[in-house]
Design a protein around this ligand. Sequence first.
Ligand code: ADP
Length: 321
Amino acid sequence: MRKIGVLTSGGDTPGMNSAIRAVFKEGVRQNLNVLGIFHGYRGLIEGNIRELTHADVENIMHKGGTVLRTARSEEFKTDDGLKRALSMAKAYSIEGLVVIGGDGSYRGAKLLNDMGVPTIGVPGTIDNDMGYTDYTIGFNTAVNTITNEIYNIRDTMRAHDRVGVIEVMGRYCGDIALWAGVAGGADMILVPECPLPWEDAAQTLYEYRLRGKLTSIVVMAEGAGKAEEFAAFVREKTGIDIKAIVPGYTQRGGNPVAYDRILASQLGQRAVELLCEGQFGRAVGTKRNQIIDVPLEDAIGRLDSFDEKLYYFNNNVLAKF
Ligand code: ADP
């Protein structure tokens, strides 16, 4: 193998740059030319490709976003788009490809691999919704960001004796809400994995208030509903002064925490190693602090295992308040 490509795809996540750097460094160590493919699969289709140099990966380890940019490409999902991507990979003599992205990107990676472009997936998404790996790159950073926001919001909520409900990302996965909620000392966490009827949630907040606890923080996964709707529901049922806060894209950005930089480094390095070993069509990840790899088909569509013990610990303690 002489030439490999690397691309970032789908939603961006803090730590993607650390992974790109690791792919480049390991590529150089293995005497490979490393091509950067810009704007994900769209860039592969359009030939937005050039060889990376040391200067490209200098001073990027700590930066959010992705120097390769990312994109969503509907065209890539079509037969014609896939065909164009394959012929571009051939034109650039790409003998191996590292795709850094989430579940959708992995589906594309599997197609490319099946069509003869040896491909490895590296899990990049803040949602932590890929069940084959304990953590995805960016998750821990997003948790830290939201944890800090919870404290900021708590200050202003307390000043007014208000309840704040913070809606966090995660698509169908409640991990960001759970982890940030626990770390931020949230009084209630709403996740899709353990649905809590809104009626019960409103009643609990009302009881808190009756017993003198005037400020509460609710962390709500986007998969559990809309914070605005929840706030309106609670206001209507109880008369509580409740505000909805949606931090949105702030949780995608920012400098990756050290853990994400290290995980991205390990996974990027391992991805190139697998290509050099002739092991294709695999996804790298981490289980019980070990770096693992599994077939792409086993990584796709695998739901995350949710830590119900942590969830019920947090919500039960409060139910007995
Ligand atoms: P993520 O990788 O973060 O889950 P998306 O689901 O948006 O993000 O997927 C990123 C890109 O991967 C899509 O824009 C598309 O080009 C490609 N992709 C997604 N799903 C498929 C699929 N089923 N088949 C082929 N390519 C796909």
